[in-house]
Design a binder for this molecule. Structure first.
Ligand code: MF3
Ligand code: CO
Length: 250
């Protein structure tokens, strides 16, 4: 069941999203050589505490941290550890904020120092694919128009678009219906999009093949070929004026 949001509910999610954009900006500044992913999580927890906010990740199905940090071959859901960031790494940070009972969910991927053109292109294609998907979030379009926009944008680059994890509805809960796949559907199929729906769009793009597996920690998703991966995510409302990105830094 897809739960539409009222304007005042979307306003709360927008407040959550503005906090989240600020948090991600703080974390990005701290992605420097020598910092551990656990220290990044600590910075997030202290920041959230100071604002009187909390993360929807912590305790979600037993997830032990407030953010996910996925380095290089780690795709998503990286549990923070003592692993230290190094020059040349690509680091995905996925975070969430709950404000007045409403969730915002977003992720970004940053390069640490100078990285190869190959990696810069991976990051920009992954980020652009997110915006291609978001641009389809208009009443009258259909759900898999979003999917198709992402897939058809990424396809020419011969990257691996991860199949196993999807975008999703967001609201009082982090994961609501519908699932928003990043590939595998034809355009002009799926349910009609409605004003008031709020979706998290989150393509995961691998430099190599699309194959991934989950590590023995039960969470961290890694590429099977060990090549790097990028992940970008926004929480977006469908309004009469088109898509409204709730987690954009302003
Ligand atoms: N943003 C991710 C998602 O949409 C992260 C949630 S996983 C968690 O699925 F367990 F860490 F919460
Ligand atoms: Co998400």
């Amino acid at each position: 069941m897809i739960i539409s949001k009222t304007n005042s509910q979307i306003a709360k999610m927008h407040t959550a999203g503005k906090y989240l954009a600020e948090l991600l900006a703080v974390l990005k500044e701290n992605v420097v050589p020598g910092i551990s992913t656990l220290e990044l999580n600590k910075i997030a927890e202290q920041w959230l505490n100071r604002k009187g906010l909390y993360s929807p990740f912590k305790g979600y199905r037993g997830y032990p941290a407030s953010i996910c940090v996925s380095v290089n071959e780690q795709v998503v859901h990286g549990i923070p550890t003592k692993r230290e960031i190094q020059l040349g790494d690509v680091v995905s940070i996925d975070a969430g904020v709950v404000f007045d009972g409403y969730v915002a969910d977003a992720a970004t991927t940053v390069a640490v120092g100078e990285v190869s053109e190959e990696l810069q292109q991976l990051l920009s294609v992954a980020e652009n694919s997110l915006y291609q998907g978001i641009d389809k979030m208009r009443e009258g379009n259909r759900l898999y128009d979003i999917t198709h926009a992402i897939q058809s944008y990424v396809e020419p680059y011969n990257y691996g678009l991860v199949r196993e994890f999807c975008g999703h509805g967001v609201g009082r809960k982090m994961h609501e219906d519908p699932q928003v796949p990043n590939c595998g559907h034809r355009p002009n199929t799926g349910p009609r999009l409605r004003c008031g729906w709020v979706l998290a769009i989150e393509p995961m793009v691998n430099l190599g093949t699309a194959s991934v597996h989950i590590e023995s920690d039960g969470w961290t998703v890694v590429t099977n070929d060990g090549k790097p991966s990028a992940h970008f995510e926004h929480t977006v409302a469908i309004t009469a004026d088109g898509p409204l990105i709730l987690t954009e830094f302003t």
